[in-house]
Design a protein around this ligand. Structure first.
Ligand code: ATP
Ligand code: MG
Length: 563
C-alpha cells in the first residue's frame, strides 16, 4: 500500500484522480464530467477553492468538462449578488465552465414529475405532522424512528394533496412530501426524508411559479443525474447521504447514475469556513464586507493581493484526502510568499518614518540613482530613485543605545543606504519629550552605488525614501481575524475575534514609482517589509496599500509563537 501512495503522489494524483483514471481506462465512461455546485447564499471561500480546483482540475487533466451549477433550491437565502460574485470568483481562480452553466431551478419541473412518480409507486406520502412531531418521531442514533400516522395514505389522496400543495392552497409548513423508505433504518437519512416543503416565497429565477420547493437531498443527486455527471465529488459530511441518493437513482427513471465520492473539506487554523458565520461577520459589521481583506473569501483574498496562482498552488500542496484534518494557515501564507518572491517587483517604502538630514549633501540638490526591480530577474530591469539631503528611514532602523547585535544605525555607526551611499550617524535630535525626531548624518560621496573604493565594509543595508519626492500613503496590515487556532464556528464566534486583526499605518512614505501602479497590478515587495498591493480605496493623492503577506511569519513572533 505504501508503494501505491508514493507513486500516486509522485504523479500529482490522489484517490479521486486514481478512480477517474481507472474508470476511463476501463471505458466505464467515454469522458469525465464533474461539477462545482455552490448554493448562492454567500461568497466563495478558500474551502470552496479546494473543491473548484478539484472538480475543474480533474475535467481539465482528463479532457472532460466541469459544470458550474447553482444549487438554488432555497429562495429565502439566495440572491443574484451571490450568483454574480461566485461566477466572478471561479473565473478569477482560472476556470471556465464554457456553456455549462446550470441551475437546479432549471429542473424544478422534472423533479416535481419524479416526486409524483414516487407517489404513484407508493414510495412517497404527504405528511401532516408538525415539524416538532416529525423531529420526535424520527428517533435518534440509538433509537429507531416511528411511522407517521399519515404514512399509509392512499396514492390518490397523496397525489391530490401534493398537487394542492403545488397550487399554493396551504400555509408554509402545513405539510411536507416524504419518501417512504424505512423509519427504523440505522441511517437517519433513510428515515422517510423530506422531499418537498411548502414555501410561499418568490424565487429569483422562477418567480412565483412555485409554492413548494425540493429539499437539497431530493434536488442534488438528481441534478447530477440529469446533467450526466460521472463523478459527483463532495465533502465527507455527505457520505451518510449517499445511500439516500442511491435510493433515488434506483427508484426514479433517471437518465444516468452518477457515482458519489467524498473527500475531506478544508479546515484552516485561525479561520472559520462556514458561510453562515461569514454572513454574520458581514451583517454585524465585524468586517467591512465580503471582500474585506481579512475574510477567507476569494473576494477578500483577491483584494489583499493574493494571486490566484498562489491559491491553486496551496490547494495542490494540501492534496485531497479521505480523513478530516486542520491545515496550518501558515502553509497558505507560505504559498503566497513563495510565489510573490518570484514575481513581485521590489520597491522602497518607509512604514514608520524617521527623518534623516545628510549634513554634507548640498541643500536644494538631488540626484537619480539606479535600483534593480528584481534581484533574481535581470529582465525586469531597473528604475531610478531620487536621493537628496533629506530622507526618511524606518524608526526601528535606528537605536540610540543599541545592544551588541544591532548593526543598523546608531550614533557613530556607518550603514549602507540601499542603491545609494554609506552614511554615518552624527547626532540624534530629540523633542521636548526626549523622543528622537531627526538624525543628523554625513555621507561618503565616494561610496555611490553602495560600495566603498577603499574596501571598507558595513554590517547593515537599510531602505529609505527621499523626503522631498516620496508620496504619502496608508498601509493596512492584516492579522488573523480570529485569535484562537480553533475558533468557535457557532454562536459564540464573536468572542474569538482578534481585536488586532487590522493595523493601520497612516504616515507611510513610498517611492514615487509606486504612485503609477495600476489598481489591478500584482503586489510589489516593499524591501525588507513584505508584499503589498494597492487597495481600491486609493486616491491619487492618498495611496492605500494592503499588506498581502509579510516576508516572514512576523505575527507569530510578536504573539510569542502563535500565528
Ligand atoms: P457551508 O457549510 O459553509 O454552508 P457549503 O458547503 O454548504 O458551505 P456550498 O455552496 O454548498 O457551501 O458548497 C459548494 C461546494 O463546495 C460543495 O460541493 C462543498 O462540498 C464544497 N465545499 C464547501 N466548503 C468546503 C471546504 N471547506 N472544503 C472543501 N470543499 C468545500
Ligand atoms: Mg452545501
Amino acid at each position: 500500500m505504501a508503494d501505491e501512495t508514493t507513486s500516486t503522489e509522485a504523479a500529482g494524483r490522489d484517490f479521486i484522480r486514481d478512480i477517474v483514471a481507472g474508470d476511463l481506462a476501463a471505458k466505464r465512461h467515454a469522458t469525465v464530467v464533474t461539477r462545482f455546485p455552490p448554493e448562492p447564499n454567500g461568497y466563495l471561500h478558500i474551502g470552496h477553492a479546494k473543491s473548484i480546483c478539484l472538480n475543474f482540475g480533474i475535467a481539465e487533466e482528463f479532457g472532460g468538462r466541469c459544470h458550474l451549477r447553482f444549487d438554488d433550491t432555497n429562495p429565502t437565502k439566495e440572491e443574484q449578488e451571490y450568483i454574480d460574485a461566485i461566477e466572478r470568483d471561479v473565473r478569477w481562480l482560472g476556470y471556465d465552465w464554457g456553456k455549462n452553466l446550470f441551475y437546479a431551478s432549471d429542473y424544478f419541473e422534472r423533479l416535481y414529475e419524479w416526486a409524483e412518480h414516487l407517489i404513484r409507486a407508493g414510495k412517497a406520502y404527504v405528511d401532516d405532522q408538525t415539524q416538532d412531531e416529525m423531529r420526535v418521531s424520527r428517533g435518534t442514533l440509538t433509537e429507531p424512528g416511528k411511522n407517521s400516522p399519515f404514512r399509509d395514505r392512499a396514492v390518490d389522496e397523496n397525489l391530490d394533496l401534493f398537487r394542492r400543495m403545488k397550487a399554493g392552497e396551504f400555509q408554509n409548513g402545513a405539510r411536507v412530501l416524504r419518501a417512504k423508505i424505512d423509519m427504523t433504518s440505522g441511517n437517519i437519512n433513510l428515515r422517510d426524508p423530506v422531499l418537498y416543503r411548502i414555501l410561499n416565497a418568490p424565487h429569483p429565477r422562477t418567480g412565483t411559479t412555485w409554492h413548494i420547493y425540493p429539499s437539497y437531498d431530493f434536488a442534488h443527486g438528481q441534478s447530477d443525474a440529469i446533467e450526466g455527471i460521472t463523478h459527483s465529488i463532495c465533502t465527507l459530511e455527505f457520505e451518510d447521504h449517499r445511500p439516500l441518493y442511491d435510493w433515488f437513482l434506483a427508484n426514479l427513471p433517471v437518465p444516468s447514475k452518477p457515482r458519489q465520492y467524498e473527500f475531506a473539506r478544508l479546515n484552516l487554523t485561525y479561520t472559520v469556513l462556514s458561510k453562515r458565520v461569514l454572513t454574520q461577520l458581514v451583517r454585524d459589521g465585524h468586517v467591512k464586507g465580503w471582500d474585506d481583506p481579512r475574510m477567507p473569501t476569494l473576494a477578500g483574498l483577491r483584494r489583499r493581493g493574493v494571486p490566484a496562482a498562489a491559491l491553486r498552488d496551496f490547494v495542490k500542496r494540501i492534496g485531497v484526502a479521505k480523513a478530516n484534518s486542520v491545515v496550518d494557515s501558515n502553509m497558505f501564507d507560505f504559498s503566497v510568499r513563495e510565489l510573490l518572491n518570484k514575481t513581485a517587483q521590489r520597491r522602497m517604502a518607509v512604514l514608520r518614518p524617521l527623518k534623516v538630514v545628510i549634513e554634507n549633501y548640498p541643500e536644494g540638490q538631488s540626484e537619480e540613482l539606479e535600483a534593480v526591480n528584481h534581484p533574481d530577474d535581470p529582465a525586469s530591469g531597473t528604475r531610478k530613485v531620487r536621493f537628496g539631503r533629506e530622507l526618511f528611514i524606518e524608526q526601528d532602523d535606528f537605536m540610540e543605545n543599541p545592544p551588541k547585535k544591532f548593526f543598523r544605525l546608531s550614533p557613530g555607526t556607518e550603514v549602507r543606504l540601499r542603491y545609494a551611499y554609506f552614511i554615518t550617524c552624527r547626532e540624534a535630535v530629540k523633542n521636548a519629550k526626549g523622543e528622537v525626531v531627526e538624525l543628523r548624518c554625513t555621507y561618503d560621496p565616494a561610496t555611490k552605488g553602495g560600495n566603498a573604493p577603499d574596501g571598507r565594509k558595513v554590517k547593515a543595508t537599510i531602505h529609505w525614501v527621499s523626503a522631498a519626492h516620496a508620496k504619502p500613503a496608508e498601509v493596512r496590515i492584516y492579522n488573523p481575524l480570529f485569535s484562537k487556532p480553533d475558533p468557535t464556528g457557532g454562536e459564540g464566534f464573536a468572542a474569538d475575534l482578534n481585536p488586532q486583526s487590522l493595523e493601520i499605518l497612516s504616515d507611510v512614505r513610498v517611492e514615487p514609482a509606486l504612485a503609477t501602479l495600476s489598481n489591478s497590478a500584482e503586489p510589489v515587495q516593499f524591501e525588507r517589509q513584505g508584499y503589498f498591493t494597492l487597495d481600491p480605496d486609493s486616491k491619487p493623492d492618498r495611496l492605500v496599500f494592503n499588506r498581502t503577506v509579510g516576508l516572514r511569519d512576523s505575527y507569530a513572533k510578536a504573539a510569542g509563537g502563535k500565528p
